[in-house]
Design a protein. Structure first.
Length: 319
């Protein structure tokens, strides 16, 4: 089959598919498209169906922008330069290493440095930064400058890290401190190639993080947050062990290291444990506490997952 024949077949197939769709008001289709806002691949396909769907899908693709390669960063920057009104619509940036499938290995994210360099001070409304399925590599030209450029993203209040590998604890610490307005920090299956910590090499002042969520085997991350960065003292909400199966939740020792270093402003701790706690697992001390503390520790229970894309990957794996 020639290229022209293949193109004509695609057009005819799309036309037939459109004719077979129920004749519903555009508002109903827009509501359906709204439910796909966390799934950029499906949104892109919807945008190719017809003009009436394109506007709605483009809106969501701009609000939550996923960048998986340097070329996508260049195209995104050119788009924002050509249509400056779109800059205020961007609320969430997702930096991906691999495609997001659980079967795919984590991959380097050199385009993160490109993003920070090219879009610094150009996204006035972005609030959430996500890094998924990634390996952070040192020695790249963007490695040291990325932390400087991140300082300009003053509206980012939430950082989500999912299946991400850092070379050292120091790199993650610099990433956190590079976001001065950070208040929410979610880490799922985050690990380090080296868990050593050099106190002399770190002099930055961490932001006041109020909401910390730990999932996956994140014991080294808990040690960094509690003992080395000290951000556990400022948190008001602590959640652990809800995104993966029970066996992959943080250890009791890691959870205890967080709870033992909390301050008097901690309001709630929602934790799912691997096994029944020992006698030494107790609530944080109530001395000088300014607000009532809600402490929940359910066992072997499945609850809502914080990351919708993880739900989809689990379903794909079961198929």
């Amino acid at each position: 089959m020639s290229t022209s024949d293949a193109t004509m077949l695609t057009v005819l197939t799309s036309s037939i598919a459109i004719l077979m769709l129920p004749q519903l008001p555009v508002e109903v289709w827009e509501h359906i498209i709204d439910q796909l806002r966390q799934y950029p691949k499906e949104l892109s396909r919807c945008g190719q169906v017809c003009k009436s769907w394109y506007a709605r899908t483009r809106y969501h693709l701009i609000v939550t922008t996923t960048l998986s390669a340097p070329l996508q960063v260049y195209r995104f920057e050119r788009l924002l330069r050509a249509f400056t009104t779109l800059r205020a619509r961007v609320k969430q940036i997702i930096i991906r290493g691999s495609s997001g499938s659980l079967s795919q290995p984590r991959r380097p994210i050199p385009h993160f440095g490109t993003f920070a360099l090219m879009l610094a001070r150009k996204l006035p409304a972005v609030e959430t930064l996500c890094i998924y399925d990634a390996i952070w590599q040192m020695g790249t030209p963007q490695h040291n400058s990325v932390f400087v450029h991140l300082q300009s993203f003053t509206r980012i209040t939430e950082l989500r890290l999912l299946r991400t590998t850092f070379p050292t604890k120091l790199v993650l610490a610099r990433l956190i401190c590079g976001l001065p307005s950070l208040t929410t920090l979610a880490c799922t299956a985050v690990d380090f190639r080296s868990s050593t910590w050099n106190t002399a090499a770190f002099r930055a002042i961490p932001p006041r993080v109020q909401d910390i969520r730990l999932d996956g085997s994140s014991d080294d991350v808990a040690e960094l947050f509690a003992a080395q960065l000290g951000i556990a003292a400022s948190m008001e909400r602590f959640t652990a062990g809800w995104a993966y199966t029970v066996k992959d939740t943080p250890s009791i020792a890691a959870i205890m290291s967080m709870l033992q270093r909390t301050g008097p402003i901690l309001r709630s701790a929602n934790i799912r444990l691997r096994r029944p706690p020992a006698n030494d697992l107790i609530a944080p001390p109530a001395k000088d506490r300014t607000k009532p503390l809600s402490l929940g520790m359910p066992l072997n229970r499945w609850d809502h997952v914080q990351y919708p894309e993880l739900d989809k990957q689990k379903q794909d794996t079961r198929r």
